[in-house]
Design a protein around this ligand. Structure first.
Ligand code: HEC
Ligand code: HEC
Length: 256
């Protein structure tokens, strides 16, 4: 009698398996979450504790023992909110974005460039950073923005950029001449998502926080710096206008 129940169980099992295989296939185009590899997380544990936890905290909440003395504050990784992404505002970064920040550091902050670590070590640390936030397990990454070929950096382009700087209200935060002294910076100033004061950047400095190339500026204007007051202009500027603004902002900067 047992023999007769077995095949039907198998059939039910096969039916369920077939359903599971077919169901996701119907949404083949839906991007899927790509959670960090547990093996990489395990490999990175000693280096995270050694190099990162003093600032970013054992639990990745940005409250390591040194954090109290640091301004701007080390990132809290638990919310899955990152400033330097190639992906649209409000979306998760791709691994390469975090890799780049860890490798190059954040200029004029305490986040150092990790030049002594190998690519493999940094890739593992990327997984470790991601494992602090459930977002990476539950949500698909954003799609990296494609940066179109730069237009010519002419006087006309800079002139258009200056007009856009005024009409888009950049000066309200960054100041009329880009010194970071706009009206929004007056007391109580601008706060980030964690309630810390993050003033608008002085755009005339020799170095920007995350790269001085025109493509770095272009990326910031398109993606915004999530968690801070710096918005995304992806839907309000055309690519040509974005390049005009980049050329104008580059003309404000002291050149390296
Ligand atoms: C001395 C303190 C300090 C140490 C050590 C440190 N960081 Fe940071 N880190 C910071 C600060 C401060 C920021 C935020 C900079 C800002 O927002 O302007 C930051 C930001 C980041 C970001 C955020 C990037 C983004 O897009 O928002 C990542 C990722 C990061 N750190 C990874 C690491 C890793 C991995 C290590 C260890 C290899 C490490 N950090 C070690 C201070 C530190
Ligand atoms: C509501 C205020 C606000 C407005 C409007 C604004 N920004 Fe920002 N911007 C910020 C803040 C705050 C930061 C600094 C974020 C940080 O340090 O993490 C920033 C950062 C930047 C950076 C990066 C600087 C660096 O060191 O990496 C650039 C470039 C920039 N803004 C350009 C612009 C331009 C161009 C406009 C207008 C199209 C603009 N911003 C509009 C608040 C603003």
């Amino acid at each position: 009698l047992e023999g007769s129940t077995l095949p039907s169980k198998k059939l039910i099992g096969a039916g369920v398996a077939a359903f599971l295989l077919v169901a996701p296939g119907t949404e083949a185009d839906e991007p899927k979450p790509s959670p960090p590899d547990p093996a990489a997380v395990e490999r990175a544990t000693p280096s995270y504790l050694r190099y990162c936890a003093s600032c970013h905290g054992l639990n990745g909440d940005g409250k390591g023992p040194s954090a109290f003395f640091i301004d701007p504050k080390p990132r809290d990784f638990t919310r899955g909110v990152f400033k330097w992404r190639s992906t649209p505002t409000g979306s998760l970064p791709v691994d390469q974005d975090l890799f780049r920040t860890i490798r190059t550091g954040v200029y004029a902050t305490t986040m150092p460039p990790w030049i002594g670590l190998s690519d493999a070590e940094i890739r593992d640390l990327v997984a470790y950073v991601e494992h602090f936030s459930p977002s990476f397990t539950n949500t698909a990454r954003g799609k990296p923005t494609e940066i179109p070929t730069e237009t010519a950096d002419t006087g006309e382009s800079r002139g258009n950029g200056k007009q856009l700087y005024e009409s888009m209200g950049c000066g309200a935060c960054h100041g009329p001449e880009g010194h970071g002294d706009g009206a929004s910076n007056h007391w109580p100033g601008l706060a980030d998502d964690w309630g810390e004061r993050v003033p608008p950047s002085d755009l005339t400095g020799e170095h920007l926080k995350s790269g001085n190339q025109s493509v770095d500026l272009y990326r910031i204007l398109v993606t915004g710096l999530d968690g801070s007051a710096m918005p995304s202009y992806a839907t309000s500027l055309t690519p040509a206008q974005t390049w005009d603004l980049v050329h104008y902002v580059q003309s404000l900067r002291k050149k390296d």
